[in-house]
Design a protein around this ligand. Sequence first.
Ligand SMILES: [Fe+2]
Length: 213
Amino acid sequence: MSATDAVAAADTRARRRAAEVADAMDDIAKMDAHGREHGGIDRTGVDRIKERLLELAALEELFPVEDFPPPGGGRGSANYRLFQQDDGSLALYVQSVGDGTSAPPHEHTTWAVIVGMRGQELNRFYDRCAGEGEPHAVRDEMVECGTGVAMLGQDVHSIHIEGASTNFHCYGLAMEHMTGRRYWNAAAGEWRIFSDVTNIVEARLGHRAGVVA
Ligand SMILES: [Fe+2]
């Protein structure tokens, strides 16, 4: 493929991707709104969101690693923002990891759905909510191609990734608005507040691309 053809293919892919993301997030926004109208989304609601995201993840050719490269310089993740409501609610990211990363037990303060595309993200779930003492693992679920996990705001999980992975992370609140959420600091033996959010990369069509937070 010539360089010109490659640019044209990437442009076509970006437009198809934007259309498919818009369709999926339109559906998910309705599910989220329905939940809010009924006192907050429930497990049935987040499972429906997971199923819709699994349909989007099946279009893996629209989300190649060349469009969502992992961060340079070793471990960690880049979180490419594909969708966000104007009011800061409801957001979808492609999380791209190149060489492993992990997150300690934490809450989200809103619902969260993770769906796999490439690689493996081990999700570990715990026996208590944030602030209730030392959490103990109760079950593991592997997020990979064709699978996902769905959580409510008080659920606590940790993530463990070896090597490379590309997943969808969808939340009822944009990441930069998730203030005050807690994680378990095992060394200190206490719950602490996440102090920052990093590695959000703007990836919406029509927005200036690049790191935003
Ligand atoms: Fe999480």
